[in-house]
Design a protein around this ligand. Structure first.
Ligand code: CO
Length: 155
């Protein structure tokens, strides 16, 4: 396990559309382990593979709720409902916060690290985080979609 370097805004990898994971193998599982280490070391609640320089559709999330660590491979948001505006930040955009309007609830379908199809319904911070991380896979940063942006102070 290892803490990886986090790519910062301005790096072209963050603007690329990530490729679907073609093969779920020990190499990918090791990347997921390292992404989780990196997220926890940086005190983040989510990290997408492009943020560690890998343009593939893999995401780790842990918002500190009962779900614990969630690993999403090739995630697709299949349902969205409601609307909610709240503050967001991003490990690739340090010391910047912004208000982003998101769906209040989402359903996401994905593969887990054992190539099993999974479906998760989420609300609150978890729903927000899923949408933020899936945006990364399309080359979209929260500062691209925020309705207002603030520097420096937290939240
Ligand atoms: Co982010």
């Amino acid at each position: 396990m290892a803490v990886l370097d986090i790519v910062k805004a301005g790096d072209p990898v963050l603007k690329q559309v990530a490729q679907p994971v073609a093969k779920i193998d020990s190499r990918l599982r090791k990347l997921l382990d390292n992404m989780a280490d990196t997220m926890y070391a940086a005190d983040g609640v989510g990290l997408a593979a492009p943020q560690v320089g890998q343009s593939i559709c893999a995401v780790v999330i842990d918002v500190g709720d009962d779900h614990g660590l969630i690993e999403l491979i090739n995630p697709v948001i299949t349902e969205k409902s409601g609307a909610a505006a709240d503050s967001e930040g991003c490990l690739s955009v340090p010391n910047v916060f912004g208000t982003v309007e998101r769906a209040a609830e989402v359903t996401v379908e994905y593969l887990n690290r054992w190539n099993k199809k999974k479906k998760l319904h989420a609300s609150g911070l978890l729903a927000r985080c899923i949408q933020h991380e899936v945006d990364h896979l399309f080359g979209v940063l929260f500062i691209d979609v925020a309705t207002s942006i603030r520097n420096g102070d937290k939240k």
